[in-house]
Each structure stands twice: as structure tokens, then as C-alpha cells.
Ligand binder design. Structure first.
Ligand code: KIV
Length: 295
């Protein structure tokens, strides 16, 4: 195993030649696969509301759900830094709530850091969480929890102005997140020159999604990378596989074989004189990538 990725290690990667590679993960199998593939930061994102739960927005996702998914990925994680996303209204009501909920993702979910959306308006909240030594990743630009204010999932920072979402305000948000003590910040859905300017001005790493190539790292949503998002695929997401169609083909083949009487065959059946199974290996003792003894 390569060295464990830590918060200080992420900070050291600022401005270097080794970009931070981040990816979302929501469960044990894909957590194992992504960690073993060398992903530096695994984010259990509230995007799970859309890509796992099939909802239109991330807004209904709860703390209970986030903690549950964090725990699954925490069991899988060996090397990557595990960041848990704070869902809508788990941190906006008061810094006190925010610290308590961030603590739940650390204590119950097994996360090593938390992420929250917002800049200037969330600076005191970031400061409060960081003050109890819970590392905070900021998230500015296109912030999906602000979908109704933005009028949809829209690129931010295109015009000059002081209103949330306008270019000068996005820069102020970035500076506020850094000043409040975040160790990194996600820049989502903004013109690449704005992301480059923010990356140059900050001393903490920027991790881009739909923010061009000049950030200190990149993050994508797992289901977009694997071709598992059928309803909505953002322009900035690159599909590296077509798992929806691969899964659909496999499941269709299984259904056809059962209906056609060609599954199960003798090879998949037990005979009365053979032992039914060798003693199973308790799943908890198995490590990612290891296979249970054949049964
Ligand atoms: O929830 C999420 O997956 C995110 C990433 C897209 C950055 O916030």
C-alpha cells in the first residue's frame, strides 16, 4: 500500500506537479475499487441523492443517510483521505449544529474531514468546525444545495458583480473559505479562467469539477465516470466506461437463461453426496479484493 493520504499531504500538493485525484464513492465495493485504483480523496457526496437515490436534487438527503454511506466507504478505505459531505440544513442553521453534525460524520461515519457548500456566508461555520480540529473542505461556485436560488444547476461566475454567483463574489467566497481555515476547496461549474485566478490566489489546494484544467486537482462523480448516470450527465463529466449497458446486458442475459431453462446448469447445482459448502470465511475478516474460499 502507498502511504496514507492525509490532510497535511493534500496541503503539500498545492501548486505541485502531482494533481490531487478525487472521486465520489457511496458504498463498500466501489470504495474498495477506487481506493485500490489510487484515488487520493474519496468524497461521500450528497450527490448520492441524485445518482443513488434517484432524486431530482440533493436537498432531501439526511444526516442519517450520509452517515450510513460514509460508514460503508470507511470500511473500504485504506489509503485515500475520506471526506463526508454535510447535507442541506445540517450546517446552515447554526455553527453549533454544524459542529455536532460534522462530528457525527467523523465519529459515526468514519470520515476524516467534512465538506460543506458556501463561501462568505459560511465562513463562521467553517471556522467553528475547524476550531475543533475537524478538517473542512469548502465548495463554491455551482453549489447544488443552492439549486433554487441559481434557477437550476448553472455555471457560476460569468459576470462581474457582488451578488452570490457573480464573478467577484465567487472570488470573495474563495478567499473567505481559505481565511476561515478550510484545507482545500472544491470549485464547481465556473469558467476556467476564473478557476485559474482563484487557484493562483489561494494558498490551499483547489479541486475542480467543471472548472477547467488549472486547479490543483480534479473530482468527478463516480456514476458519471462509470457511465451509470442515465438521467443527467453534465457536459464536464467524461465517461470512462459504460457500466449501465454492461449491467443491463448481464442482467438481461441472466433473465433470458432462467426463462430459457439454461441456468442453473449442473455446474451451478449441488449433488446430494457432495458437501454443500466448505466453511465460509466470515465477511468481516476479508480484505478488499480478497475472495472468499470457493464454496
Ligand atoms: O456531492 C458531491 O458529489 C459533490 C461533488 C460533485 C464535489 O459535492
Amino acid at each position: 500500500m502507498d502511504r496514507k493520504v492525509t490532510v497535511p499531504e493534500i496541503l503539500r500538493r498545492k501548486g505541485g506537479s502531482d494533481p490531487i485525484v478525487a472521486l465520489t464513492a457511496y458504498d463498500f465495493p466501489f470504495g474498495c475499487i477506487a481506493d485500490a485504483a489510487g484515488i487520493d480523496v474519496l468524497l461521500v457526496g450528497d450527490s448520492l441523492g441524485m445518482v443513488v437515490q434517484g432524486m431530482e436534487t440533493t436537498l432531501p438527503v439526511t444526516m442519517v443517510e450520509m452517515t450510513y454511506h460514509c460508514r460503508m466507504v470507511a470500511r473500504a478505505r485504506r489509503r485515500a483521505l475520506l471526506v463526508g459531505d454535510l447535507p442541506f440544513l445540517s450546517y446552515q442553521v447554526s455553527p453549533t449544529d454544524a459542529v455536532a453534525n460534522a462530528g457525527r460524520l467523523i465519529k459515526d461515519g468514519g470520515a476524516e474531514a467534512v465538506k460543506l457548500e458556501g463561501g462568505v456566508a459560511m465562513a463562521d461555520t467553517i471556522r467553528a468546525i475547524a476550531s475543533v480540529d475537524i478538517p473542512v473542505m469548502g465548495h463554491i461556485g455551482l453549489t447544488p444545495q443552492s439549486v433554487h436560488r441559481m434557477g437550476g444547476h448553472r455555471v457560476q461566475g460569468q459576470r462581474r458583480g457582488e451578488r452570490p454567483g457573480q464573478r467577484d463574489r465567487v472570488i470573495d467566497d474563495a478567499l473567505a473559505v481559505e481565511e476561515a481555515g478550510a484545507f482545500a476547496v472544491v470549485l464547481e461549474g465556473m469558467p476556467l479562467d476564473l478557476a485559474a485566478e482563484i487557484t493562483n490566489r489561494l494558498t490551499i489546494p483547489t479541486i475542480g469539477i467543471g472548472a477547467g484544467p488549472h486547479c490543483d486537482g480534479q473530482i468527478l462523480v463516480l456514476h458519471d465516470v462509470l457511465g451509470l448516470s442515465e438521467r443527467f450527465v453534465p457536459k464536464f463529466a467524461k465517461r470512462y466506461a459504460e457500466l449501465w449497458s454492461a449491467a443491463s446486458d448481464a442482467i438481461g442475459a441472466y433473465a433470458r437463461e432462467v426463462r430459457g431453462g439454461t441456468f442453473p446448469t449442473d455446474a451451478h447445482s449441488f449433488h446430494s453426496l457432495a458437501p454443500v459448502a466448505s466453511a465460509p470465511v466470515a465477511p468481516a475478516t476479508l480484505l478488499c479484493g480478497e475472495k472468499a474460499a470457493a464454496s
